[in-house]
Design a protein around this ligand. Sequence first.
Ligand code: NAD
Length: 255
Amino acid sequence: MTDRFAGQSALITGAASGIGLATARRLAQEGAARLILCDIDAAALNEASAELRGEALVIDRLAGDVADPLFWTHAQSTLTGVTLGVANAGIADSAPIDSMDFSAWRRVMAINLDGVFLTLQALFRAMGGPGAIVVTASVAGIKAEANTAAYAASKAGALHLMRVAAKEGAARGIRINAIAPGGVRTAIWEQAPFFNDLAQRRGGTEAAFAAMGEATPLGRFATADETAAQIAFLLSADAAMMTGSVLVSDGGYRL
Ligand code: NAD
């Protein structure tokens, strides 16, 4: 491992599980001095913090809802000194438009789009100088699939919000990019009813991941560690000339 993030402070939302937790591990391995871990699941956040706590690493916990402006008002002082940000918290849903509850639509938009806006706003307010931010979007925001209306629209919105933020941040030396993963093996899939049906038919989540991986040209889903490595690249000086870009990491799914 390199020391690409030596001395830096990073905020990661959705840090208690999946891609966010893998990113926290990766930034710690690459020398980050301080991680500010945010998640709505306080118990899982405690577990993640306990796992990551190391002598050379300061961990701050922010338990709360990224979609709640009051949460960010209270969190703002904790963000002082932050140089890296990962707007990653998100939820999934799947339903055809004609049977989707409006409340379900609103909840996905609140967390996946309002939440990214509020995270970017808090980071912009906290960053006194140059920095780097990654938004975790999705290939669902690029390629249309049936039954993904809320999730897909929220991720397409997050991608364009990222581009606007990149224009606004550039003069201050803040780079903002997005990652658009395809399928990644994390717990988020258990929020999609069709995935649970598939898992039941195939005899478990592993078999369901394998079956869904077959719909990807490269033949498999990604691991959260692979996605975290790509987020780390976008945050690092290796991506110094990248801003407003989308790194599509979908095994060719969009093709
Ligand atoms: P995950 O469910 O393992 O992790 C998501 C984390 O976000 C959880 O710890 C959850 O508690 C937290 N969270 C949810 N709502 C929150 C809120 N309102 N406030 C704060 N924290 C909240 O799923 P993951 O796959 O690691 O998802 C991370 C991001 O990656 C999401 O934005 C997701 O849409 C995106 N993504 C995932 C995949 C995939 O296949 N797993 C593909 C493309 C994009």
